[in-house]
Design a protein around this ligand. Structure first.
Ligand code: C2E
Ligand code: CA
Ligand code: CA
Length: 554
């Protein structure tokens, strides 16, 4: 049935109006009665479509849609034409004139006449083919594409679930099967994720073997269930080139609502949830609120504020110092620098609320350097009264990873004139995540320059012993958890005794944290520990109080 002239005129009017507001995106308008459409000239050229005006454009366009996305596309179009949905907004891949697939975001709706009869199907298509926005191995949008979309997602203030899902041990897969196979596996898993979460979710290929998913219209529990089902399917049934292959996932997620946070805060918080899933939850999908005790909106907005302060010369951060006491003499031996954040809106925020998450952001190294500089500057003042004073500073594994860390430390020692031999770096067993040779070389360099190394939270992880064997540790710090019941519990005492004997084998000292009473102090002295730290001696205090208390009466 040929479309009448007057219908074409109306269609053109609508097309022109849409073009004005389409912001450079392609426009399409379909007269539903005649199934007759007009498309933007730029789309005709880019995709090599037959003509600006065509009958049955839907089926023509379908030929351009990527095989794996066809079902998702058709389902979405059918849902609008069946009146089940008011508009469609989806991302899929379409083939351009060069035969390459590019990701597009298609937004469409149906316009009805006054009687409610559907007249036009129209909308826009955004082309994401800025090459750097596409991941070559999978064809999905990449991390830049993700950030490009994320701001818009936050701005809509609509409820969505954002997930960061990774493949465990992917480096091994690449190593054993080669990169081509690795890429195929990434494509397979991408497809399974897309199929499981359905057409209302958009998928991105992120750094390494990770995907981001933006999931619409699903509850947290539904998402957890889908993930669990997929995890089961993949671990039990995934085969590659007819071989069963053991692959498993890790995943973190955030339920986003009307949150006033930046894309960066959202991303490093997501990375944290993923890190937790991988390292502490055996790969189960871990939502941010599973790891925190507060409301996630409050938590993330506060984190966003703290993160912003790093870029403003670390405004609001301050250090407290907790004395380290020589167990034999009862005299001051050193202090541990402990960070806090304070501002008018949030009061004083303890480090546990921000350090583990901020560590996932590259900006953390700026804060790490600020901490070191501040601790050395304050330490200089204490050294005037106590030349043997040791300043302990906590170092995160991500700082060690940075590549410039060794130089940074020496530059700071130089700048502040703080002696290397009075500095002790506290590292934790999370350093196991680093390359062993890098860690050993870094620690050897420090040791050779006189800097001391303490192994913090000894025994809380499973690699403390391995670390002790491979790096030169001056002091083993035992976590409060192991000693808090030492007054009544014999096994706490046995634990301390065995750490003391291990330390002797490695020529290290033992420092016990969380010493809260006189009785504990005496038991620990009997066990032969070297250093004591805890509320019994002092809580962490600011530098002025510290100097007042310790520097004037040696
Ligand atoms: P940590 O390094 O194990 O620090 C010891 C924690 O035990 C401190 O908590 C300290 O205030 C607390 N503590 C000390 N004595 C007692 C006691 O007798 N009883 C009890 N109940 N607690 C005691 P804080 O300051 O809240 O720090 C928590 C954690 O945050 C630290 O654990 C460390 O992992 C991290 N952190 C703190 N400052 C920094 C920093 O400057 N850089 C990095 N990377 N992490 C830091
Ligand atoms: Ca510490
Ligand atoms: Ca500790």
């Amino acid at each position: 049935m040929e479309i009448p002239e007057k219908n074409i005129k109306r269609l053109n009017n609508l097309f022109d109006t849409l073009t004005i507001i389409a912001n450079g995106n392609y426009v399409y308008v379909t007269d539903i009665e005649y199934n007759y459409s007009r498309w933007s000239q730029s789309a005709i050229e880019y995709f090599d479509l037959p003509d600006n005006y065509v009958y049955d454009a839907g089926n023509i366009w379908l030929e351009y849609v990527h095989e794996d996305d066809k079902k998702k596309y058709k389902d979405s179009i059918n849902a609008i034409f069946a009146g089940k949905e008011k508009f469609h907004e989806m991302q899929y891949r379409a083939k351009n004139a060069n035969g390459e697939y590019v990701a597009v975001t298609c937004i469409g709706t149906i316009l009805c006449d006054v009687e409610g009869v559907p007249k036009y199907f129209c909308g826009t298509i955004k082309n994401h083919d800025k090459h750097s926005f596409i991941d070559i191995s999978t064809g999905y949008r990449n991390i830049y594409g993700f950030f490009d979309d994320l701001q818009g997602i936050i701005n809509t203030k609509k409820s969505k679930i954002i997930a960061l899902i990774g493949v465990n041990q992917f480096a091994n897969i690449n190593y054993v099967y080669g990169y081509n196979a690795g890429n195929q596996i990434l494509r397979d898993i991408g497809k399974m994720l897309q199929n499981s979460f359905g057409r209302k979710s958009d998928i991105y290929r992120m750094e390494g073997a990770k995907y981001a998913l933006v999931i619409d219209s699903k509850t947290k529990n539904e998402v957890k269930q889908i993930y669990e089902q997929l995890q089961n399917d993949i671990t039990r049934n995934y085969s590659f080139q007819n071989n069963r292959l053991h692959v498993s996932l890790n995943g973190g997620a955030i339920e986003l609502n009307d949150f006033n946070i930046s894309t960066k805060t959202l991303y490093f918080s997501l990375k944290y949830t993923n890190y937790e899933s991988k390292n502490n939850h055996c790969g189960r999908l871990n939502f941010i609120d599973d790891s925190i005790s507060e409301d996630s909106k409050f938590y993330l907005e506060r984190l966003n504020c703290i993160h912003n302060c790093i870029t403003e010369n670390c405004k609001g951060f301050f250090l407290c110092y907790q004395p380290l006491i020589n167990a034999k003499t009862g005299k001051l031996k050193g202090a541990e620098a402990l960070i806090r954040f304070r501002n008018e809106k949030y009061g004083v925020v303890p480090p546990i609320q921000f350090i583990p998450i901020l560590e996932q952001d590259p900006l953390f190294s700026d804060l790490g350097l600020w901490i070191l500089r501040q601790a050395m500057t304050d330490g200089k003042k204490i050294l005037e009264s106590y030349p043997e004073f040791i300043m302990n500073v906590n170092i995160s594994y991500v700082q060690l990873e940075s590549g410039t860390f060794i130089n940074d430390i020496f530059a700071l020692l130089n700048e502040t004139k703080f002696p290397a031999k009075n500095l002790c770096l506290e590292i934790t067993e999370r350093c196991r995540l680093l390359d062993n040779t890098l860690l050993k070389n870094t620690m050897d360099t420090f040791k050779n320059s006189g800097i001391q190394i303490a192994l913090d939270d000894f025994g809380t992880g499973y690699s403390s012993f391995g670390l002790l064997r491979s790096i030169p540790v001056d002091t083993i710090k035992v976590d409060r958890e192991y000693v808090k019941n030492i007054e009544t519990n014999d096994s706490d005492k046995k634990t301390v005794l065995s750490v003391v004997s291990i330390a002797r084998m490695f020529d290290s000292h033992v420092c016990i944290e969380g010493v809260e009473t006189e009785k504990m102090t005496n038991i620990l002295k009997e066990c032969g520990v070297n250093t004591l730290q805890g509320y019994h001696f002092s809580k962490p205090i600011e530098i002025d109080s510290f100097c007042e208390r310790y520097c004037n009466n040696k």
